[in-house]
Ligand binder design. Structure first.
Ligand code: WTA
Length: 635
């Protein structure tokens, strides 16, 4: 698809077009895709309801655009390269023709097992090729996929299955991740004790461990595949039919199911991929994210395949078997675009330069960063040691809710500045608002980051609870989509994301709501009350600090700490473990009972020089007690 921007002048003119005539602009992009029926109208929108529709009455199937459309020209081109956890195991490659065939077969397996258009299908799988095939197979038949990261606990998986009333679960026997071995199927069995909607579980064999197969419910993928044909016509989908649900954390309550629809998501995923990474026909593109997060959805699967790209999928972790693994894999497969997270870069930087300097990394052309602000030190290390000062770094800001990259460099076409995401992509209209909701129009300012005009892949709703979508994203500032992030705009108009301004903690690029973690902590019977905040962490970006009031004096503080950590692991997963747990006699609260998180954050950061006026608190003395103990704990 020829919509690549190659210079700053071209960017400016495209951007101007996209703001002056958004509908004309996006119609021009959308025409490059394959539609079964063209749309009647490009856009209808109302941010107050909210109600956004793109490409109204258009009919399509995203898998025809990802697969069928390429068969003639690129049938023998590699679509997917899979690199296993263990470098001694053989990697796997699929051409477009082979991937198409696998997807059609898997789609027929889904149908054979009762799946129909509109059904929700939960996917809880390791990073194996069958995961990508499973996602596309759902899309092929119009079932709505809900991928759950296979590091979440049984409890978290059950919540997500139940919220969406999923009919099928797609999983595997086990999983390898670095030195870890996780009994995935056992987690699913545990979760399903709490789920009544699930009729079938389809199990991919990965580890060949013995697993429990429940008669009438569980089937092996390899058995099912022998029963189906490789012919599966793509289900005609309305542009506004749901494509997938992806759960993400917010500041209140349980994770919410962000909903994306077929037409707009497709148009934006393909467009943003091509431009940000400047993808060219013979490139080999690698995004190291897990498909369990939005980055994996849009930039491992859909974005690359929509462009007929070769996309790589990696089962392992950056440090296994050594901190040189990423670079070894880049050299091995001739990777041209490499997209990862700042937390990985910081971890590898800490492991020492030798691990990276022993690889040539000659093939690399564009480097990407996503998930959290990249600090200048990590940026420079990435630029010098990985990019050899010749590859641009695109610092891509976006969210699960935005579906695709919003503010970012465009390959080498745009200027770059360490720690700055840069300029908005064409079609994206960001604004900074002050606390009263007024637009700040000058440069060299800071404010709440909002978007004032819809783009094709904006979330449409939160599954089963539209009101929540309205309240969380569209009610803070009337007429705007509120991102939850604070940002600066410098004198050149480039954006720098500061971080969340709500109660969301970003640990190693993964979002957790404070309430979600507190709920998990509070399930421990010895806990009376808790408050968690994020604080800066050298590798993780942010880590979790928990202040906990106990009902009684504990016999052994350390044992209780492990118990509490276990509650979090059980309810959410290991990735949400608090780094520091401090038992406190009370919490700083206003007279109306609201916890002053600002004060707790400062204490966790170790910055107690300016806690503000604490005299109006319900119990001002408690601040001093907490501060003293915090110093000991962190020291
Ligand atoms: C943060 C991940 C700074 C931000 C794609 C956002 C970033 C949240 C960047 C979304 C970046 C993501 N610079 N911060 N380049 N990218 N963030 O939904 O706080 O997992 O709101 O989507 O991550 O996280 P999510």
């Amino acid at each position: 698809m020829d919509f690549m921007i190659e210079s700053m002048a071209q960017y400016r003119s495209e951007y101007e077009k996209s703001v002056k005539d958004p509908e004309g602009f996006w119609a021009g992009i959308a025409e490059k895709y394959q539609w079964q029926q063209k749309w009647d109208k490009v856009l209808e929108w109302d941010f107050e309801k909210p109600d956004v529709k793109w490409f109204i009455n258009g009919k399509l199937n995203i898998t025809e655009n990802c697969l069928d459309r390429h068969l003639k020209q690129r049938g023998n081109k590699l679509a997917l390269i899979w690199e296993p956890n263990d470098p001694k195991e053989r990697f796997v490659r699929y051409t477009y023709r082979e991937l198409h065939e696998q997807v059609c077969k898997y789609a027929n397996v889904l149908k054979r097992n009762g799946a129909q258009k509109g059904d929700r299908i939960a996917i809880y799988m390791p990073m194996v090729p069958e995961l990508t095939v499973a996602v596309l197979a759902c899309a092929r038949i119009g079932a709505i996929h809900s991928v759950v990261f296979a590091g979440f606990s049984a409890g978290a998986l059950a919540d997500r299955i139940n919220d969406a009333s999923a009919k099928l679960v797609l999983t595997s026997d086990g999983l390898y991740r670095g030195t870890k071995e996780i009994p995935v199927k056992r987690v699913v069995d545990e979760a399903l004790k709490e789920c009544t909607s699930v009729e079938r579980v389809i199990v991919t064999e990965r580890t060949q461990w013995a697993v429990n197969m429940e008669e009438g419910r569980d089937v092996w993928l390899h058995d099912e595949l022998t029963e189906v044909s490789a012919d599966c016509p793509a289900e005609p989908m309305d542009a506004e039919d749901m494509l997938f649900i992806l759960y993400t954390s917010g500041s209140t309550g349980k994770p919410k199911g962000v909903v994306h629809t077929c037409g707009g998501y497709m148009v934006y995923a393909g467009y943003s991929f091509k431009n940000v990474f400047q993808y060219r026909e013979s490139d080999v593109y690698w995004c190291t994210a897990d498909v369990g997060w939005i980055t994996g959805h849009t930039y491992i699967i859909y974005g690359p395949l929509l462009n007929g790209a070769t996309t790589m999928m990696f089962e392992g972790v950056p440090t296994y078997p050594s901190p040189g693994r990423f670079w070894q894999v880049c050299d091995k497969h001739g990777v041209t675009q490499f997209y990862t997270a700042p937390t990985a870069i910081r971890a590898l930087m800490a492991a020492g330069d030798d691990h990276v300097l022993s690889y040539s990394l000659d093939s690399l052309k564009v480097l990407g960063s996503v998930g959290e602000p990249i600090n200048e030190e990590a940026w420079s290390w990435y630029h010098i040691n990985v990019g050899k000062e010749k590859s641009p770094i695109v610092d891509t800001w976006w969210q699960t809710e935005t579906g695709g990259i919003m503010i970012s460099g465009i390959g080498s076409a745009s200027p770059m500045k360490p720690a700055h995401a840069g300029y908005p992509l064409p079609g994206i209209q960001p604004v900074l608002l002050d606390a009263d909701g007024n637009e700040i129009t000058e440069h060299d300012v800071e404010g709440y980051l909002c978007i004032k005009y819809p783009w094709p892949s904006i979330l449409r709703t939160t599954y089963g609870d539209h009101e929540r979508c309205r309240v969380v994203y569209f009610s803070h500032y009337k007429g705007y989509y509120f991102t939850g992030d604070g940002a600066k705009r410098d004198k050149d108009g480039m954006y720098r994301i500061i971080g969340r301004v709500d109660d969301v903690i970003n640990v190693s690029g993964h979002r957790f709501g404070t309430a979600e973690i507190e709920d998990a902590i509070n399930t421990n019977k010895k806990v009376a009350e808790s408050a968690v905040v994020g604080y800066p962490h050298e590798i993780k970006g942010q880590a979790i600090y928990a202040y906990i009031i106990l009902k009684d004096e504990p016999d052994n503080e350390d044992n209780l700490r492990s118990e509490i950590i276990n509650s979090v692991v059980e309810h959410i997963g290991k990735i949400a473990k608090p780094e520091i747990i401090q038992f406190v006699p009370g919490l700083p609260k206003t007279r109306s009972g609201k916890i002053m998180r600002r004060i707790l954050r400062k204490i966790a950061e170790g910055d107690t020089s300016n806690l503000g006026d604490t005299s109006t608190l319900l119990d001002p003395e408690v601040v001093e007690v907490i501060t003293e103990r915090a110093k000991q704990l962190k020291g």
